[in-house]
Design a protein around this ligand. Sequence first.
Ligand SMILES: Cc1ncc(COP(=O)(O)O)c(C=O)c1O
Length: 363
Amino acid sequence: MRLEDLDTPALLVDLDRLERNIVRMQEAISAHGVALRPHTKTHKIPAIARWQVAAGAQGITVATVGEAEVMMAAGLADVFVAREIVGRHKLARLARLARQGPLSVAVDSVVGAEMLNAAMGEAGVQLEVLLEIDVGSQRCGVPPAEVVPLAEAVVKMPHLRLKGVFTHEGRAYGQGDPAAIERYARHEGEGVVEARDRLAAAGIEIEVVSVGSTPTAVGAAAVPGVTESRPGNYVFMDLKQVDNGVCTLDDCALTVLATVFSKPAPNRLSLDAGSKALSADTGAFGRPEEGFGLIKNTSYRLWKLNEEHGILVAEEPVPFGIGDRVEIIPNHACLVPALHEVAYGVRNGQVEVVWPIAGRGKF
Ligand SMILES: Cc1ncc(COP(=O)(O)O)c(C=O)c1O
């Protein structure tokens, strides 16, 4: 199949760029003697996860029980669910997965740990857990200073095994300054290492000290004591990463192929990729002028998205006509695969592989 044979909107993955991104991150993290456990929620495609493992990743990260089910059914082993799991339906599914192979899950409260322990007890399995540490992003987790009581409770629970601590420093997004990103990266690494040290002082030893986001991955891996890194977005990169100074446009592997279907004025047109194909994610700094995606190999950014319309408005006439097809680099790649049924792996204008997005809609 050639690119011209695809209907639009279509999700494209540039295979050369994907491969380069996988290898580059693996080498950068391995250079610090740290294990890479990529977050696969970005792509949700088992074949890409296998590619990451073949390049040297030690296990994978997922965001949901459904993603873990998909990845394990496809033969991926050693899966970390990097989110607290609550509710009897999901806990029963988690227990079933725990029987199948190495699996670990996030914990950030005694109440949550008790529920997990009870569910694993009922199923007669033991599950590995990592305590989530909040280094300042104020999402989930306990601050390093409060990790000891949580760990002391968890180590008494017979169906849980305390494996480590982890964090995600989301604040490095939107900095736009390498020095600021580096500061967040160091802070991220130091925060989890502090948690490990506090546990050690209380007589609790752990194996895994895990950090992870694409902007901070390499900087945090350089902090002594960090053992694992979990970036996810790096496989595709996106406009946010470019504007944040993390990569260049040439690193962006994910695009949405779209067709111009309306051009009511020389400087205004609509593409058939709206928020249902691109997501409504805003740019790196959340400013209106950042738009909603960049037309590849141009400087045109979409001005606005409706569900089925990607609208471009420029100061001057735009060089595209009705029926023309363009590729759009999305603001943020992480939501986009979840909006498509398949991704087309492309090299030299040829579709080499069609991947179902197996993890889409899997919660
Ligand atoms: C817990 C956790 N770990 C790792 C990541 C990967 O971060 P990024 O998408 O910046 O690579 C995320 C992303 O949201 C996350 O929530």
